[in-house]
Design a protein around this ligand. Structure first.
Ligand code: 5GP
Length: 199
């Protein structure tokens, strides 16, 4: 079992911006999709990315799909709150303007980003609230990471090594939410942001 008791420091009572991060394959995307569907009061930041859209993904809703050149100029113009190369492949970043606008309007803002991005936000916006999404246990994470068994032994070991390092980041966060079921985890997250389910 993973010990979740050590990660939670003082939880900020109210913070304009909440960062949701966690290890690869823990289900951050699924939990934030549940937030998008069930808690429209929460504004979910739309990241810019250089990766291609997947079927069903809508530009401006799930991501802003941009070229390498556009991504670079957003960085040069200081328009990225944070950005990172994720999985050694594509660039992802949080556009600054929309976040600042929603904060000034008093909307609860949620950023679903990777650990490197979370660390940048910690440096530039220490007043934000940092939530670590954790798997219920190690075996569940392993299943989600290598479950299909389509990788060779080397790739499998590489992913597990990365997961161990990522799990060790839990202590850097204010609070841990365990992704045992998606709806429960989304409810806990929304509760933390002071939002209740109206459906
Ligand atoms: P996917 O390509 O599967 O949608 O996302 C891959 C990873 O990129 C996820 O771990 C997600 O948290 C991360 N990610 C998405 N948007 C951002 C962002 O704006 N900044 C950073 N640093 N990571 C992001």
């Amino acid at each position: 079992m993973i010990d979740h008791s050590t990660g939670a420091g003082a939880v900020k009572a109210s913070a304009p911006v909440t960062v949701l991060a966690g290890p690869t394959a823990v289900g951050k995307g699924t939990v934030s999709a549940a937030i998008r569907a069930r808690y429209p009061q929460i504004w979910l930041s739309v990241s810019a990315t250089t990766r291609a859209p997947r079927p069903g993904e809508v530009d401006g809703v799930h991501y802003r799909f941009v070229s390498e050149e556009d991504f670079s100029s957003l960085i040069e113009q200081g328009q990225m709150l944070e950005w990172a190369v994720v999985h050694g492949r594509n660039k992802y970043g949080t556009p600054r303007g929309p976040v600042e606008k929603k904060v000034s309007e008093g909307r609860p803002v949620l950023l679903e980003i990777d650990l490197a991005g979370a660390r940048q936000i910690r440096a530039s916006m220490p007043e934000a609230r940092f939530v670590f999404l954790a798997p219920p246990d190690w075996d569940t994470l392993v299943d989600r990471l290598v479950g299909r068994g389509t990788e060779d032994a080397e790739e499998r070991e590489r992913r597990l090594a990365t997961a161990r390092v990522e799990l060790a980041a839990e202590d850097e966060f204010d609070i841990t939410i365990v992704n045992d079921t998606v709806d429960r985890a989304a409810d806990e997250l929304a509760g933390l942001l002071g939002v209740r389910d109206l459906t």
